[in-house]
Ligand binder design. Sequence first.
Ligand code: SF4
Ligand code: SF4
Length: 212
Amino acid sequence: MKIKYDTKKRLVEQIFLLEILKGLKLTLKRLFSKPVTVQYPKEKKPLFPGFRGRHALIRDPKTKAAKCVACMRCATVCPSRCIRIRFSKDDETGARKLESYEIDALRCIFCGYCEEVCPVNAVVLTEEYEYSDYTRDPFHFDMERLLKNWDDFLEKKKMEPEKYLNPYLRPRGLPVGELPVGKRVEVPEEWTMEGQVIWKDGKAVSAKEADC
Ligand code: SF4
Ligand code: SF4
């Protein structure tokens, strides 16, 4: 394709420095408009609901231990294979006892599947995002560290554990009745599923129609 140049137009533009004037106009406009730069860390922007930050294991308010029942769902669903769990079994009852729980946060893609799939809301991606460091080790969270992450999160948010309700801990679009008991928590109205389309009985319906 042959490109045609309008030489007269280009000449006028060059004589009157049109491009420079356009640039100056933009500069002046921005000079008197409200700045968009946030002076982090002095200023912090509010987080979007459902923000996925540092991992934590939620403590059972009664026992103060991790709520995890070692069902292995999170480790199974994790696409990055960055969750490692070890458990033992009670000889008499056969009940599982959590021995260790580790997350390699540097491999995590923050998909949130682990917290969605957990039947007892034991693992969570908190809203904490300020945890940079100089080495890799601090990002390998063991159970103790994950529990501490939870304590620190609550402390920072000045929150009672039972008041923490993150609707993103549960898979969205599923009817309440199909969720494990621990997930059947009340969801604030602003986070309802209205308008979300889900697949039900072989057809796509709105989550509202599906009684989510
Ligand atoms: S957020 Fe996703 S990638 Fe990260 S630990 Fe959970 S399931 Fe794995
Ligand atoms: S899904 Fe929940 S209860 Fe099951 S192993 Fe993971 S954190 Fe523990």
